[in-house]
Ligand binder design. Structure first.
Ligand code: ZN
Length: 409
């Protein structure tokens, strides 16, 4: 089995190298955005794809010196990224590709066979990037396997390089234990064993500071130096949040992967959940305000990112991540199997109206999720659905949680 791992380091380019990196990133962004415009306008009718766009790139390079000045592989990689973005869009995994922005998507990628790495001393190494030269980076961990590509990107912490390496890996036999994981907003992760894990609260503190900083940006005049400074502050806070979130995901995933052979997650479509709040003109969404808050929390929790990190950590150890339908997992009693929205006493508490079983609501859901792996229980649970009593004057809709205040599904 081959697996792909990323190794990330902080780059330390010389001033003239940094100038080149910025220029390269700018032209690659332009190539990406031009390609996007071309595909958005003509793609369907003229079957424009990666190959035809590479031909167009060659023409563009012949015509403009400043496009030719930038290393060709980086530009091809930008078109490849675009192609992948469209593939993800057509497969329903992502929204329609958006233009890359200056200061947000400053990155360029080199194919692995075209770069070299050498060790300088105990702390520093250098990578040779075509047309840029040897650039130093802080060598904090050894890479393994064969290099596929190197991505150089600029974020609020400065320039970074990330090597994607293919590693030959013999996975051990999977561990026997199975775990169900409920991903939520109040408790970030609830395990079927009863354990809960919460995103560090420092994230919320930084969020408050970030909002404040964003309001400052809105007050500053467009194009002014003070506005740029305020924007940089927002970006720094955002980068710190991303770092905390990533760190939490890695720690939580490692802890789970070391103990369990199968991790069962509910299949959540965060894209649908975040998109539907406002609704359409014909059918305006309900609880727009509440849902907007939930959306923020979902994005904060970064559920997709966690699933990805967990699945590669599991696979490395011979385990696997499986997803099961999410319907009714939070309304089903883990003790007797009765489904009823009224059992969900509050956001935090589950108290079965049939058998009286009580538990933390997320733990109860996690146990249901764990049971759904390899069982055709869902239809049965659906049949045992109890209708709402007439006195509540509310019909029970299957597609959404009647207790909309929690926003759970
Ligand atoms: Zn029960």
């Amino acid at each position: 089995m081959t697996i792909v791992r990323g190794f990330r380091y902080r780059l330390d380019p010389l001033p003239e190298q940094e100038h080149l990196l910025r220029q390269f990133a700018g032209v690659c962004r332009l190539v990406y955005n031009l390609g996007l415009e071309q595909r958005a306008t003509w793609g369907r009718r003229h079957r424009i794809g990666f190959a035809s766009q590479c031909v167009d790139l060659t023409r563009l390079r012949a015509e403009f010196d400043w496009v030719r000045a930038v290393y060709v592989s980086c530009q091809q990689q930008a078109l490849r990224d675009l192609d992948r973005a469209f593939q993800n869009f057509f497969a329903g995994r992502a929204s329609f590709p958006r233009p890359r922005k200056r200061g947000v998507n400053d990155s360029l990628r080199f194919p692995g066979r075209e770069i070299e790495i050498k060790r300088l001393n105990a702390r520093w190494s250098a990578v040779r990037l075509p047309k840029i030269g040897w650039v130093k980076f802080r060598d904090t961990q050894p890479t393994r396997g064969s290099m596929k590509n190197a991505t150089v990107s600029l974020d609020a912490d400065g320039w970074q390089v990330s090597f994607a390496c293919e590693i030959e890996h013999e996975a051990p036999a999977p561990l026997p234990a199975i775990i169900g994981i409920d991903r939520g907003v109040a408790t970030t992760l609830a395990l079927s064993t009863g354990e809960t894990m919460k995103m560090p609260t420092s994230l919320e503190r930084i969020e408050a500071r970030k909002r404040k900083a964003q309001r400052v940006v809105a007050r500053r005049q467009r194009g002014s130096k003070r506005r740029r400074r305020a924007q940089r502050r927002v970006a720094r806070l955002q980068a710190r949040q991303a770092h905390i979130r990533r760190d939490f995901h890695h720690r939580a995933a490692l802890g789970i992967a070391r103990r369990f052979g199968v991790a069962v997650l509910e299949a959540l479509n965060t894209r649908n959940m975040t998109a539907s709040a406002r609704g359409t003109v014909m059918e305006p969404g309900r609880n727009v305000r509440q849902k907007a808050g939930l959306n923020r929390a979902i994005l904060n929790a970064g559920w997709h990112a966690f699933a990805t990190i967990l699945s590669y950590k599991m696979e490395e150890r011979g385990g696997q991540v499986v997803t099961v339908p999410a319907r009714f997992t939070s309304q089903t009693c883990a003790a007797c199997g009765v489904v009823d929205a009224r059992s969900r006493e509050s956001q935090a508490r589950f108290s079965c109206i049939s058998c009286g079983h009580t538990d933390h609501a997320d733990t109860n859901a996690a146990i249901n999720i764990q049971r759904r792996w390899n069982t055709p229980l869902l239809d049965v649970e659906g049949l045992r659905q109890r209708p709402y009593e007439a006195s509540t004057r509310r019909g029970l809709t299957v597609s959404e949680n009647p207790r909309s205040s929690g926003g759970r599904c």
